[in-house]
Design a protein around this ligand. Structure first.
Ligand code: SF4
Length: 362
């Protein structure tokens, strides 16, 4: 049975917990570029980048992004193509599309100042409860919970909570707990410390309990069940999709690229022509026929480049890539272009297609 808040907090030393956690963070926090100042724009960008992506991966992207778009205005005024290019390789492109739309709204509606009000900030595109809590607490010192999967793992161990963290009701329960235990003096450090604890000490598989600054408060540790928590129902098995892709060059040395649809997976990114083909048919031959039909070209040769795999949260792309040559007339449309290799480098491509391009050039 779900415990109520009173039962959960019964016997828990809130003030001591806050002190132990914040003291540890003050001494041990990592030197991260978005922690250099409290600019809400930078903190917002970093939080969006960090969703589903590791800190080490994010750091160079963050520097590059800030060089290109140093202020909220600069990002609001940038072209979508440019923004996607700066995000290229980070994946989950809807995150940056939403961020771009949201900063435009901030520029127009709030005179370029990130709103301090939870009601206003949380209504912006792509901004959920976690981002709201993270940005408002870190940038403005507002005591809002910032509960993501890492924080839920830490809290489910500390409070010995066996509810399924995949459920929205469980996340809400954790937010309620944080509202009661968050430091009013330093909500920024409190939230960041919980995140940092989840990243460095209270890690998923083998938590480093002997080094943990809040071990004395941790109920799972005292019962020896820390590795059994959190409880999370398994997500559905990922689906594997088999694709063929081609780097097709015409007689002028230009390469054919096409734009993905404006909705759905990797929307608006550019890619090499590709299609899902049944495995059993004669692969290269069937694919050459498909390219000819689809792009109105005569394909002269098709040779394999290699196999590429890309894992998304819900599916896996398995791509067999080819190099090919087109002869005769070639035509373009709004969503397909023949570009020089130099021009190609200025378009934003999904990671899997960047790898195909690299292999093509090796
Ligand atoms: Fe996590 Fe262990 Fe610390 Fe508990 S004692 S919070 S399980 S690292």
């Amino acid at each position: 049975m779900k415990k109520n808040l009173q039962q959960i907090l019964d016997g828990f030393h809130i003030e001591q917990f806050q002190n132990d956690l914040i003291d540890w963070f003050t001494k041990e926090q990592r030197d991260l570029p978005w922690r250099k100042d409290r600019d809400p724009y930078k903190i917002w960008v970093s939080e969006v980048m960090l969703q589903q992506t590791r800190v080490d991966t994010v750091i160079p992207y963050f520097h590059k992004f800030m060089e290109k778009f140093p202020t909220l205005e600069a990002l609001a005024e940038a072209d979508e193509e440019e923004v996607l290019k700066a995000w290229e390789g980070l994946g989950y492109y809807s995150r940056v599309r939403n961020l771009h739309a949201a900063v435009k709204e901030v520029k127009e509606k709030y005179d370029g100042e990130v709103p301090r009000s939870k009601e206003q900030f949380s209504k912006l595109k792509g901004v959920g409860p976690y981002t709201t809590g993270a940005v408002l607490s870190i940038a403005y010192g507002i005591p809002e919970p910032a509960v993501d999967g890492n924080v839920m793992r830490v809290l489910s161990r500390i409070f010995l909570i066996w509810d399924d963290i995949a459920k929205v009701s469980t996340r809400k329960q954790f937010e309620e707990i944080v509202r009661h235990i968050i430091s009013r003096e330093n909500p920024s450090y409190f939230n960041q410390a919980l995140m940092e604890l989840g990243a460095l000490i209270c890690v998923p598989m083998n938590p480093l309990c002997l080094l943990c600054p809040v071990q004395a408060h941790c109920r799972a540790f005292h019962e020896g069940v820390e590795k059994e928590l959190p409880v999370k129902t398994k997500t559905k098995a990922t689906k594997k999709v088999y694709l063929r892709a081609v780097v097709l060059k015409n007689e002028e040395g230009r390469i054919l690229i096409r734009k993905r649809p404006s909705e759905g997976l990797l929307a608006n990114l550019w890619e090499f022509p590709n299609d899902e083909l049944p495995l059993q048919i004669e692969e290269a031959q069937a694919f050459a026929e498909w390219i000819s039909r689809e792009h109105n070209v005569v394909v002269q040769s098709l040779e394999p480049i290699g196999e590429f795999e890309h894992v998304f949260s819900h599916l896996i792309w398995h791509i067999t890539a080819y190099r090919g040559e087109a002869i005769g007339q070639t035509s373009e449309s709004e969503t397909s272009k023949w570009v020089t290799p130099e021009q190609l480098e200025t378009y934003a491509f999904p990671v899997s297609h960047q790898r195909i391009w690299k292999a093509y050039n090796e």
